[in-house]
Design a protein around this ligand. Structure first.
Ligand SMILES: Cc1cc2nc3c(=O)[nH]c(=O)nc-3n(C[C@H](O)[C@H](O)[C@H](O)COP(=O)(O)OP(=O)(O)OC[C@H]3O[C@@H](n4cnc5c(N)ncnc54)[C@H](O)[C@@H]3O)c2cc1C
Length: 477
């Protein structure tokens, strides 16, 4: 019997798993997909919000500010990319500038350090491509950008290295309370556990409602994006927000931590929890909306589009902690934005609550450090030569757009919770994330997966079960 079973290997389940591994615990993570970071954690704006946006006194406000403060040390310990680029909420001449003052006031109430109002003259020095109508902005120096894949994967890898078991391709179908523990019925057999942590993203209401009479309702709120080539990556250097509305933080324009430019998201309530498709109307709305804050975005440089689903709980705040009428069932539900930013703090909060309830002792062997995949592009020419001499696979370039070598791909496959799909390799190494969007490197990565796992070429998938790539020999079909 497990002490704790966490449902969901997104950033929240992975953060909780890592924090729990600081205790002596027999824990597992149950994930229906092939890999970690397959849900909302892979499709968002990747901003570590400063924390001025959430209503004072809410869990969102508290955990966002705490998570932001924890992120830098975490990025050093777990070796994932983070850049403190600062953020600006801009106000145009036709908008109500007192809303910026309110945000500034809110930043103070939430405990966000260093926010201030910046007037146009200074703003133009900070961001020359702001729209002509922008008159002032709220500047938050602690705003940052992160790689959401690397953050999630690093948390999960480190949890696994500290003893948490990951059960992939296992979907929770129902939950039964049996005496003093739970029986989780999955499509791959039953799992017995003393406690459950519900980190199932947009499905967290479904999980909660299996055991609790306090019903949750999560509305999937879709956000669509366009990602631009690295050639456009310096169009802005800060994250540029518009004044927020009741549907969220509005359309932003931001550099990504890897040097691309990201524009989005839309905000549309939908009734399909799998509705991560983009729409022409959604994508078409981005250029006119973004032009209110940033001018001349080079939309000819768009290399891909994508959508993610915010897990919007109808009452608006994060739902965290033990369900009142379901002992040892802990929710991490309704984790919409700023969920990524808050993940380190949510991990600590839930793990502490679970550990206290189960009476867990500290794990003296916990090792909180993890080394990421070596990126030869960040090395000096001497270091790179030495690396290639030691392992020639680092001299073999597979993805030409992003200069990703075979050595990096091999590492992504053979490390803890290693990649098993094209997307798994892509998220760990960036092979396929460049201008050609995997057009050239996919067949080579597939051959490497076939050889290294080893697996049949017919079983190599893009991501999930239904994403086979090779279906037969061309002369036979
Ligand atoms: C458009 C958009 C923009 C955003 N921008 C930001 C931002 O800039 N900054 C920020 O801080 N936050 C942002 N967020 C929010 C952030 O992305 C989320 O809060 C966070 O990723 C939620 O993580 P999660 O682990 O709860 O959910 P997920 O990543 O969705 O993970 C849940 C996991 O549970 C699994 N699962 C579900 N049901 C079952 C089952 N029955 N059995 C087994 N497994 C199951 C799923 O497969 C999934 O992997 C944004 C979100 C969206 C949609």
């Amino acid at each position: 019997m497990y002490d704790v079973a966490i449902v969901g290997a997104g950033v929240i389940g992975s953060a909780i798993a890592r924090e729990l591994s600081k205790f002596r615990v027999n824990a597992c993570v149950i994930e229906r997909e092939t890999d970690v970071c397959e849900g909302t954690s892979k499709a968002n704006s990747a901003i570590v919000h400063a924390g001025f946006d959430a209503k004072p006194g809410t869990l969102k406000a508290k955990l966002n500010v705490e998570g932001n403060a924890l992120m830098e040390k975490l990025s050093q310990d777990l070796d994932f990319p983070l850049k403190k680029n600062g953020s600006l909420v801009v106000c145009t001449k036709d908008q109500d500038a007192t809303l910026l003052d309110k945000l500034l006031e809110q930043s103070k109430l939430n405990g966000v350090p260093g926010c201030r109002i910046v007037e146009r003259e200074e703003l133009m020095q900070m961001e020359p491509n702001l729209a002509d109508d922008v008159v002032k902005a709220l500047y938050a120096p602690t705003g940052a950008i992160v790689c959401p894949f690397h953050l999630t994967i690093a948390l999960a890898e480190n949890a696994a290295d500290n003893g948490v078991e990951f059960k992939m391709q296992t979907s929770v179908e129902s939950i039964e309370r049996v005496m003093d523990h739970y029986l989780i019925h999955t499509d791959d057999g039953d799992i017995e556990t003393k406690a459950i942590v519900n980190a199932a993203g947009v499905y967290a209401d479904k999980l909660n409602n299996m055991v609790s009479s306090r019903k949750l309702e999560i509305i999937p709120r879709r956000g669509q994006y366009m990602l631009l080539d690295k050639a456009a990556g310096e169009h802005v250097s800060h994250t540029i927000f518009q004044l927020p509305s009741k549907m969220g933080k509005g359309v932003l324009v931001t550099p990504t931590v890897h040097g691309n430019l990201l524009v989005g998201p839309t905000a549309e309530d939908i009734d399909n929890k799998e509705g991560v498709n983009t729409t022409m109307a959604g994508l078409d709305s981005l250029a006119p909306t973004s032009s209110l804050s940033v001018k001349d975005v080079p939309y000819r440089q768009v290399i891909t589009s994508f959508a993610g689903l915010r897990a919007h709980e109808k009452d608006g705040d994060f739902v965290l902690g033990e369900a009142e009428d379901a002992p040892n069932f802990f929710n991490a539900a309704g984790i919409e934005s700023p969920g990524l930013s808050s993940a380190p703090a949510i991990g600590i909060m839930i793990a502490k609550e679970v550990a206290e309830k189960l009476g867990l002792e500290e794990n003296p062997n916990f090792n909180g450090k993890r080394k990421g995949i070596v990126n030869p592009a960040t090395l000096s020419i001497e270091e790179r030569n030495a690396l290639i001499k030691e392992n020639p696979a680092y001299g073999q370039i597979i993805c030409r757009c992003e200069s990703i070598s075979e050595g990096e791909i091999l590492d992504s496959i053979h490390r803890t919770l290693g990649a098993r799909t094209l997307d798994g390799v892509k998220r760990r190494t960036r092979a396929g994330m460049g201008r050609c969007q995997a057009g050239f490197c996919s067949p080579k990565v597939m051959e490497i997966l076939e050889r290294e796992i080893p697996m049949s070429m017919f079983d190599v998938r893009k991501s999930g079960e239904d994403s086979k790539i090779v279906v037969g020999y061309n002369k036979k079909i």
